[in-house]
Write a protein that binds this ligand. Sequence first.
Ligand SMILES: CCCCCCCC(=O)SCCNC(=O)CCNC(=O)[C@H](O)C(C)(C)COP(=O)(O)OP(=O)(O)OC[C@H]1O[C@@H](n2cnc3c(N)ncnc32)[C@H](O)[C@@H]1OP(=O)(O)O
Length: 238
Amino acid sequence: MLRSCVSRLRTLAVLRGQPGVAPLPAKDPWSPRRSFSSEVIHMDLSLPNPSWNEDMRLLFDQFMKKSEDGSWKHLPSYKSKFTQRTEDIKIYFPDAKLMKEKLSQAQLFPRSLEEGLGFEYAMFHNCVEDRIVCIFQGGPYLQGAPGFLHGGAIATMIDATLGACAIVAVGVAMTASLNISFKRPIPLGSVVVINSQVDKVEGRKLFLSCNIRSVDEKTVYSEATSLFVKLDPKTRLT
Ligand SMILES: CCCCCCCC(=O)SCCNC(=O)CCNC(=O)[C@H](O)C(C)(C)COP(=O)(O)OP(=O)(O)OC[C@H]1O[C@@H](n2cnc3c(N)ncnc32)[C@H](O)[C@@H]1OP(=O)(O)O
């Protein structure tokens, strides 16, 4: 069991690429005013930073403690990945060179805002139960209704968590459908817990579900179901 977990995590690491080897883009095309330092690109952004509130730090510490016996594993997360993952998905593009150029300028969407302003999160994989928990603190730039998170921001974190769950399970997969039930508004700046799992695998199709709860587990903010499809190496994406 432990061996299969390690192998799956290796797959995830490969898909995400390894830190320290990504070439830097000449400039940041999306925001010329922002500095694009190699430190930020290569830094594991799922580690505590000064913007994290007490709930976020406590939960992170709890999951790190649970990870000590190997049953849970902290999943690192970077702003930009451009190494092995690029190689893995190259086969799905007809023009590999063009794709590589585009990727050299790309950033992971949930990691594209400055520290504390957008998506602060950390994911943990339960190797025994094969599920992923994401602890998430939504910052002030994610506002929808005044004082609450935007539905699109919630959907983003759901998609990212379910996506990680799918990738750990089967490798390169994409969201084919996502159905979200928003039950209660999530206050800006609060910490929530996203619990995700693979419910069923049918060939290349993965059916996953998740819920978002408050830290005390008393409030269910959202529930979602999704279909991810493992990419067929014979099919091109564009
Ligand atoms: C660590 C970071 C994680 C980040 C995770 C982020 C994840 C994302 O956001 S991905 C971005 C959003 N998703 C996309 O852009 C995907 C766009 N869609 C596609 O490219 C394709 O439709 C894709 C890849 C999903 C499926 O295409 P393809 O591989 O050709 O599959 P295809 O042969 O059509 O279908 C395979 C099976 O899935 C089913 N299926 C495909 N799409 C759907 C759908 N939308 N609804 C229901 N069933 C579907 C088919 O019916 C078929 O079923 P069966 O095998 O029973 O006949």
